[in-house]
Design a protein around this ligand. Structure first.
Ligand code: SF4
Length: 368
């Protein structure tokens, strides 16, 4: 299970683009965050295996959670949030359902009090697919959990084996059913570029996420972190990470697929935590602080070029969601030439924002 520190994507991913950073800092209410995640990191607790790619201590760089600190942490976060914000707590960085029931209750109990008083709307947590069964899911629901994210990583048996996951694809099938059976939201975390993987296997994993009922996903391109088994494989030449170009291309395809299926992509790319951004412990692999923006820029570039290819007379109007302005223009203005060409061929207003358009998509009005 990989870490995440909540949905701060709009700020983090927009920073490299000056225009978009200005928008993010605007006081206009439409740019204000309304959803917050208060994260707690449990650092490998509950993990029954040390997966080849994972060194959670290096990735998160923090110590584990003491139950007596939870209320204080939540109070500190709540002070900074508007009363109208939708707030959830989250336990990431380990295998939550691998903890004893006593420890699970110790961690969930203090948060549940905030749920009962209406200050927090729920709890999300991440865990291994082979550690979730119907009884365990029932226990989570009773204790305030609303969403379970499964560290699926891959639905290929070979990839799971080579990655030292210690579970099989069928575990994901059963765990997904158990989570949904209790009426909890289901998330799948999937990885690209794992040992033995391929784009076909990754698309299959993405399709299975949809088929198994996941409503939200996280996509993590594999990177090589010092101290992991993968680092040793990389040093011996037994593992070659994806190039950034390949990782972005695969991510763009998979993001497009999830967008078309109406699945919420909570994250694409590893979080630019201080540990990784400092460059000290990342040895190799496709890490970029604006990874998602780059992948979305590719998607919008492809869509705009296909409109251009249809010819200037075929399309009368193209609309995009205003929150996609950065991706439409593209990271480093990479889509500016196609946008300029479209605007040269078409009248003012041909390409314009509309809040009616779903994020990640373009609405195209064609001439008949
Ligand atoms: S199950 Fe594997 S990937 Fe998940 S936190 Fe534990 S070691 Fe890391």
């Amino acid at each position: 299970m990989r870490l995440d520190r909540g949905e701060k994507r709009d700020l983090n991913d927009a920073l490299p683009n000056a225009l978009c950073a200005m928008q993010t800092l605007s006081l206009d209410p439409k740019y204000m965050k309304t959803h917050y995640t208060i994260p707690f990191f449990i650092h490998h607790e509950g993990c029954t295996h040390r997966c080849v790619f994972c060194d959670q201590r290096n990735i998160t760089g923090r110590s584990t959670v003491a139950p007596e600190d939870i209320s204080h942490t939540i109070d500190q976060y709540l002070k900074t949030m508007s009363d109208h914000a939708s707030v959830e707590a989250a336990f990431f960085g380990g295998s939550f359902t691998g903890l004893s029931r006593k420890r699970q209750a110790e961690l969930l109990g203090p948060v549940k009090e905030y749920i009962d008083s209406g200050k927090i709307k729920g709890i999300r947590l991440s865990t291994r697919p082979d550690l979730v069964d119907p009884g365990g899911a029932r226990f989570l629901k009773k204790n305030g959990v609303t969403c379970v994210e499964l560290g699926v990583q891959s639905m290929s048996e070979e990839v799971l084996r080579l990655s030292g996951r210690g579970h099989i694809a069928e575990d994901t099938v059963k765990a997904s059913g158990a989570v949904l059976g209790e009426g909890l939201s289901l998330g799948h975390q999937i990885m690209l570029g794992l040992p033995g993987s391929s784009f076909e296997k990754e698309m299959y994993t993405a399709r299975m996420a949809v088929r198994l009922g996941a409503s939200q996903v996280r996509i993590y391109p594999t990177v090589v972190i010092e101290g992991t088994v993968l680092a040793e494989m990389w040093k011996r030449g037994e593992y070659v990470p994806l190039s950034e170009e390949e990782a972005l291309s695969r991510s763009a395809d998979i993001l497009s697929y999830f967008n078309s299926e109406g699945i919420k992509v909570l994250r694409c790319g590893l979080h630019p935590s201080e540990e990784l951004s400092s460059g000290g412990k990342l040895l190799a692999g496709p890490f970029h602080p604006a990874f998602r923006l780059k992948a979305e820029s590719i998607i919008f570039g492809r869509m705009l070029r296909s409109i251009l290819d249809e010819g200037p007379d075929a399309v009368s109007k193209v609309s995009y969601n205003p929150d996609d302005e950065c991706a439409l223009r593209g990271y480093g203005a990479m889509n500016s030439s196609v946008i300029t060409e479209l605007r040269r061929l078409k009248p003012d207003g041909f390409l314009s924002p509309s809040s009616n358009v779903t994020r990640g998509r373009l609405t195209v009005e064609r001439n008949v």
